[in-house]
Ligand binder design. Structure first.
Ligand code: ZN
Ligand code: ZN
Length: 173
């Protein structure tokens, strides 16, 4: 669905849309396999542009931020995105919005494609923060073994690279 100002009146426009993963052109680069996705929310006109707000839900398969193993997870992203008329879009407006923790963009000339909005939100939310389990032990920083599968045996020898750098420095002094 594409939103343009002429579609918006005084009442917010309700949007409920299934988004085929192919329309997002995401995945490969982010290492994500996206299943069903849907967006439910509203588009509304405000004094300086268009606001799109709602929730994206769906299922995704992607790597764990700690151990890198792919796992299935449910996606649920609530957001509010303001598309501000370029006339009003300047640094102070951005700073004001930044404090409010909402996303702001310049209102494009062409209609706003909901699939683009969704893609942007997924990229912002994924995948850095996703872990397969709060218990995930991650990878050994020394040999790279997945510690969830068992001890790798080199744990005692692990040296924090920062200490290593300091030691080197000391030697050079
Ligand atoms: Zn993990
Ligand atoms: Zn190891």
């Amino acid at each position: 669905m594409k939103i343009d100002e002429s579609m918006l009146g005084t009442e917010p426009l309700e949007i409920r849309e299934e988004i085929p993963a192919d329309d997002l052109g995401l995945g490969e680069e982010a290492g994500l396999t996206i299943g069903e996705l849907s967006f439910e929310g509203t588009a509304s006109k405000f004094d300086r542009g268009i606001r799109i707000a709602g929730t994206i839900t769906g299922s995704v398969n992607g790597p764990c931020a700690r151990c890198l193993e792919a796992f299935d997870r449910e996606l649920s992203i609530s957001f509010r995105s303001d598309y501000i008329d370029s006339e009003y879009f300047n640094e102070s407006a951005e700073a004001e919005i930044g404090q409010d923790e909402l996303d702001a963009d310049v209102l494009p000339e062409e209609p706003i494609d909901i699939a683009d909005v969704v893609r942007e939100q997924i990229v912002l939310a994924e995948p850095e923060r996703q872990v397969c389990s709060t218990e995930c032990k991650g990878l050994c920083s020394n040999c790279g073994a997945n510690l969830n599968l068992g001890e790798c045996g080199c744990r005692d020898e692990v040296i924090d690279p920062r200490w290593e750098a300091l030691k080197k420095l000391k030697k050079e002094l």
